[in-house]
Write a protein that binds this ligand. Structure first.
Ligand code: TXA
Ligand code: MG
Length: 346
C-alpha cells in the first residue's frame, strides 16, 4: 500500500475523513504525539490499527472525540470528578477512563467494561474527527514498542506502506502522551503520567492516587499488574541498550563520561542523552540533547525524537541523565525508565 502524505489543509483533512469513513487508518497530529486513527465504531477498521502497529490485542485504544455531545453515546455515566476534570483540561492531553456503553466494539476496549476517552485540542485532530463524523480510536502512530512519533517523518519511519495516509501537521507540541486517569472509583487514579501533571489534577479534584505499579523501580518489584494494560510492556525503546544514571548534580557528568569511556574501550558505539546545559561536556559517538533541564516541558517535547536519533546513528549503548519526578518530570522519567528497561546506575 502506498502511504499518502497529506498537508494539513482543509481539503486534505476532508479527504482523510473520507478514508476513515471508508474503514481505512490515517495518522494525524495531536498536541501530544501523532495518533493512528480509525472509525471506533467499525471493528474491521480498528483491526487494521492493531495489524499496522503489531500491537498486542489485549491493549485497549483511546477513543478521540471533538465535542462533549459525542461522549453520551460512548459512556454509561459521567461522574462528578470526571466533569470537573473535563471542565479544567478538555480539550487537552487528558484521557479519562469511563464505564463504557455497549456497542463500542470489543477490539477498541480489549474486552474491558471501561473505555478511555480524550478530547484533543490540536486543530488538525479536531477537524479530522469532525470531518469523518465518527469517534476515532487512535493509539500513538508508532510500531508497537518503538518511541512514539512526534513528527510525520517518525510516523513514516515506522508505518510507511502499512497505513493509508499521514497528515503532516508539523511537530507535536507536548511530546509525551496524554495523562490517563481512571475516574470509575471515588478517588481518581493516574494510570499513566502524561501531559497534565499529578499536581494540576490535584488542584482540581483534591485527592488523586498514582497506580502503585507506577512507583516500581524494577519490573521484578511489580506485585500487581498495572491497571492500564499498555503500561506493562517495555516501550518507547530505542534499538540500543539504555541505562539511566541517577543523580542530578554536576557529578553526574563525570560519572556518565566514565561509563562511556569504558564502553567505548569495549568497542561499542556509545551515546549520551543529555540536556542543553550539559551537551558540550561529553565525548561520545553521539551526544544528544533532548531539551533544557531548566524547563522540563522542552525535555518532554524533544525526548522521543532524541531516542530515535540514536537509532539513526547506529548507537549500541546509551547513557541517559535523569530528571526530577515532579510536574511533567514524572511522565519523562516514566518513559525513560521503560526505554531503559528499568536499568538504573547509581
Ligand atoms: O496522547 C495520547 O494519549 C496519544 C494520542 C494519539 O492521543 N495516544 C496514545 O494511545 O498514547 P496509546 O494507545 O499509545 O496508549 C493508550 C494507553 C495505553 O497504556 C492503554 O493501555 C491505556 O491507554 N488505556 C486505554 N483504554 C484503557 C482502559 N479502558 N483502561 C485502562 N487503560 C486504558
Ligand atoms: Mg503508544
Amino acid at each position: 500500500m502506498q502511504t499518502k502524505r497529506l498537508t494539513a489543509d482543509e481539503k486534505s483533512i476532508a479527504y482523510a475523513g473520507t478514508l476513515i469513513r471508508n474503514g481505512e487508518v490515517v495518522a494525524f497530529p495531536t498536541e501530544t504525539v501523532y495518533g493512528l486513527g480509525a472509525d471506533a465504531t467499525n471493528p474491521a477498521a480498528v483491526d487494521k490499527i492493531f495489524q499496522a502497529k503489531g500491537r498486542p490485542s489485549d491493549n485497549p485504544l483511546i477513543v478521540h472525540i471533538a465535542s462533549e455531545r459525542d461522549l453520551e453515546r460512548l459512556v454509561k455515566e459521567i461522574p462528578d470528578t470526571a466533569r470537573k476534570l473535563m471542565d479544567a483540561f478538555w480539550p487537552g492531553p487528558l484521557t479519562l477512563i469511563f464505564p463504557k456503553k455497549d456497542g463500542i466494539p470489543d477490539q477498541v476496549t480489549a474486552g474491558l467494561d471501561t473505555v478511555g476517552i480524550r478530547m484533543p485540542n490540536h486543530p488538525v485532530a479536531r477537524m479530522l474527527i469532525e470531518s469523518s463524523g465518527v469517534p476515532l480510536a487512535a493509539p500513538s502512530a508508532n510500531r508497537s514498542g518503538r518511541p512514539s512519533p512526534t513528527t510525520a517523518e517518525h510516523v513514516l519511519e515506522d508505518l510507511d506502506h502499512l497505513i493509508a495516509a499521514v497528515i503532516d501537521g508539523g511537530p507535536a507540541g507536548v511530546g509525551v502522551e496524554s495523562t490517563v486517569v481512571d475516574i470509575t472509583s471515588p478517588v481518581p487514579m493516574i494510570l499513566r503520567p502524561g501531559g497534565i501533571s499529578q499536581e494540576q489534577i490535584g488542584h482540581v479534584v483534591g485527592d488523586v492516587l498514582l497506580d502503585p505499579a507506577l512507583k516500581q523501580t524494577s519490573p521484578r518489584e511489580l506485585k500487581q499488574p498495572p491497571k492500564s494494560p499498555g503500561m506493562k510492556y517495555t516501550h518507547y525503546a530505542p534499538r540500543g541498550d539504555m541505562w539511566i544514571v541517577s543523580g542530578e548534580d554536576n557529578s553526574v557528568v563525570s560519572r556518565i563520561q566514565s561509563y562511556v569511556d569504558r564502553s567505548r574501550l569495549e568497542g561499542a558505539r556509545v551515546g549520551v542523552l543529555t540536556t542543553d546545559e550539559h551537551v558540550d561536556m561529553y565525548r561520545a559517538d553521539a551526544v544528544i540533547s533532548c531539551g533544557q533541564r531548566s524547563d522540563l516541558s522542552t525535555v518532554a517535547a524533544g525526548l522521543y525524537a532524541a531516542l530515535r536519533a540514536f537509532d539513526q546513528q547506529g548507537i549500541e549503548r546509551i547513557y541517559a541523565e535523569s530528571f526530577p519526578r515532579e510536574g511533567i518530570g514524572l511522565a519523562i522519567m516514566n518513559r525513560l525508565m521503560k526505554a531503559a528497561g528499568y536499568r538504573v546506575l547509581t
